[in-house]
Design a protein around this ligand. Sequence first.
Ligand code: 5AD
Ligand code: SF4
Length: 396
Amino acid sequence: MNHSDSERISSSLEKQGYKPASKIDEAGLIVVNMCSIRQSAVDRVYGLAFNLKKLKPGVKTILTGCILNKDKNKFLKNFNFVLDINDFLKTENYLRIRPKYSNNFSALVPISDGCNNFCSYCVVPFTRGPLVCRDHEEILKEIENIIKKGFKEIWLLGQNVNDYVSPSDANINFAKLLKLTDDLSENIWIRFTSPHPQYFSNELIEVIARSKNITPYLNLPVQSGDDKILKKMKRPYSVSDYKRLVKKIRNKIPSIVLSTDVIVGFPGETKQEFQNTVKLFEEIKFDMAYISKYSPRSGTSAEKMQDNVSQEEKDKRREILTEILRKTALASNKKYIGKIIDVLIMKHKEGVLMGKSRDYKTVKFQGTENQIGKLVKVEIIDALSWGLKGKSSTEK
Ligand code: 5AD
Ligand code: SF4
């Protein structure tokens, strides 16, 4: 979502006559688009602000993105202006701004912004405000244009994508929007993030299962494997609801690759409660997981709970889950050895290309920079926990 915001910021600035600088020390204006989801992200901006001081005098700096009120005044010492993302782009309807896509193969399309859920640890409803959905006709128009331009993949984005309802037609929910998107093309990879388990309907599972273009990859944030902690997090499902949902999804879409988000060391999380998350990890066998150490956020309801799990213990818990993930991801990745799969090449570094398979596995193999953005066939020769290693490639 933040990358998509940056693309909209770029296009808004270019419309006002600015041109991109090739290096940071050639810029006359620097816009930093920050995220406040965890304290570590905020700390990185402090580090960056320190480096900005070393730039030539007269450079104007703007801090925007998701900024907590308590941080705004502090950052005013380091930046000329500090503005919420919605204020920064106030001149236009934020979601209507045509972005300047940062490449010509992977397009980020926000379908909604904000969230009404108020999970007790989360700052999003405060920094981005309540859920605002973009009209489905406008989304589909943008996507048609993306398809015409020959993009290879589209990401539909929202803090809680499956809470989507079109403002002009209450019948168009997220499942219907996905179906309409799927109908627009014969050959594009459609991805989305992030869904909430609570709103993951049977209709949505059916649409994904029957689609031509929706890729079999799902990030389904569980946050904890313990019912008491889920309640304290204000996540409105139980561990068995989550497991039932995963079973249903795997039944209908057997090739699904599953990742999750989880928080360790939530206030009051006992060793036993954490053990339930361990059990869930062992049972579900995720392909990937974003494991965060709990970080108290100002204004959230969890901020009032005592952050009583030590950093050391949080590190330990994160390592335990990472260790399980290493094994389950490796076992899943081994199944790809010997297969030839389609890979969309995203990056190049020192002779090695990094791309993503249709089901969002990371694939590395040797190649040249001019292949970035191409869809190629890659033979998988080895599997690691972080992804797959491939050999030779042919452009599709
Ligand atoms: N502390 C730690 N992790 C958090 N996340 C959100 N808020 C916090 C917090 N206060 C994690 C959740 C979410 C992901 C985007 O960031 O796991 O799914
Ligand atoms: Fe935050 Fe996601 Fe919960 Fe919304 S659903 S409050 S964005 S964690």
